[in-house]
Design a binder for this molecule. Structure first.
Ligand code: SF4
Length: 390
């Protein structure tokens, strides 16, 4: 396949050929798929449901990293599992801790690719920001990841694996239900566009929601999209988590530049998809993310237009002071500008907290993530063609 072959949807989801000798990974399989694998190795039919339950608990409630750990299974069965399967998690290449407590993990996955995940501890909650692609299909001009061309989609195992690795690091395994959780929220706001990898993101989040394992409530999972309109409703129906929109502009002219997918799905179409999002209500609002870029999208007129555009949508607005990265073509808005913008939005009745930049000292803040894994540079013309083909 020529290096500059256009990135088509099926290319993104070609099942990876297992590295020679690699055993199928039980992590990332939904219960039905795990049951089918256990049946394939000869597990007696009437035991399969129970075995799936036991193995599930070991992986997602106790954090087992080897079949040997699974002591409520017979030695023979553990040996059979170890002969046929793996429990592969991403490898931690580096773990950086910011002076504000934020932790950034650089993780290596199959093929030697690297992605980043970030843990943000706060007073009453702990949020894990996870990635869904190596690099990104899109090239949002304010985002560091956007300068890293897409290498590939993450598998469901690599997506849920980020939660497993962070739990290892935070010692979060085996806690009795009701105990304070360090990872109380998961946001798909790391590297990549989750709705260009919907199947794997869905499987990983449904595994994370399963109440016999990680048991995260769907309302504690937020999927952030730059506006892949055809997939938004589907995500609501098949995942049912909270939705965030990487919005960042109030005119198509400006959004075309900041979030190129807008050339394909304009603001009006995107907002209609938001109005149609399943389970939308005052208790389940959509979050509109708005990066504050100096003299680009931060005027009072922008603020007034923003509240007009989303009128009638149960929503909250996150104002994100731009986090610079090497070579970034923008500056952060002045704080007075951010406060004036927030005041207009607040007065219109929208909670619009200004997101405090976290982990800046370790390049872990919003829009700063990028790994060294690079795909052959693609020409601007090729990117435009890819976007056209999306
Ligand atoms: S903001 Fe999201 S969709 Fe846009 S380039 Fe960055 S990671 Fe990709």
């Amino acid at each position: 396949m020529p290096a500059d072959a256009p990135i088509t949807q099926d290319l993104l989801t070609i099942p990876r050929k297992m590295p020679e000798g690699a055993l199928p990974n039980l992590i990332g399989l939904r219960r039905e798929a795990m049951a089918a694998e256990l049946a394939r190795i000869g597990t007696p039919e009437k035991q399969i449901k129970m075995r799936v339950g036991q193995i599930w608990q070991w992986i997602y409630h106790k954090g087992a990293t080897s079949f040997e750990d699974m002591t409520n299974l017979s030695k023979e069965y553990r040996a059979l599992l170890a002969e046929n399967f793996s429990l592969t998690r991403p490898d931690v290449v580096t773990r950086q801790v910011s002076k504000d407590g934020t932790r950034k993990y650089l993780l290596r996955i199959a093929g030697g690719h690297e992605v980043e995940a970030v843990y943000i501890p706060e007073k009453n909650r702990g949020t894990l920001c996870i990635s869904s692609q190596v690099g990104c299909t899109l090239t949002c001009s304010f985002c560091h990841t956007g300068t890293q061309k897409l290498v590939r989609n993450l598998t469901a195992a690599e997506i849920v694996g980020q939660i497993l690795v962070a739990r290892d690091d935070l010692g979060e395994w085996g806690k009795p239900a009701g105990d304070k959780r360090l990872i109380s929220n998961v946001v798909l706001m790391g590297m990549g566009e989750p709705l260009y990898n919907t199947d794997n993101v869905r499987d990983a989040m449904l595994i994370a929601m399963d109440n016999e394992g990680i048991s995260l409530s769907r309302r504690r999972i937020t999927l952030s999209t730059s506006g892949i309109v055809p997939e938004i409703i589907r995500a609501g129906q098949e995942i049912g988590c909270m939705l965030a929109i990487s919005f960042h502009a109030t005119t198509d002219e400006v959004r075309d530049k900041l979030v190129p997918i807008n050339r394909k799905h304009k603001i009006a179409e995107l907002l209609q998809a938001c109005r149609d999002y399943p389970r939308l209500s005052n208790a389940e609002r959509i979050t509109f993310e708005y990066v504050m870029l100096k003299d680009v999208n931060d005027s009072d007129a922008d603020a007034r237009r923003l509240v007009q555009l989303i009128a009638g949508i149960p929503a909250k607005i996150n104002l994100i002071p731009f986090n610079p990265w090497p070579g970034a073509p923008y500056e952060r808005s002045d704080w007075e500008r951010i406060e004036s913008f927030a005041e207009i939005v607040n007065n219109a009745g929208y909670a619009s907290p200004v997101r405090t930049p976290r982990g800046e000292d370790i390049m872990a803040a919003c829009g700063q993530l990028k790994s060294a894994t690079e795909r052959a540079r693609k020409s601007a013309a090729q990117i435009a063609k890819d976007i056209e083909g999306l």
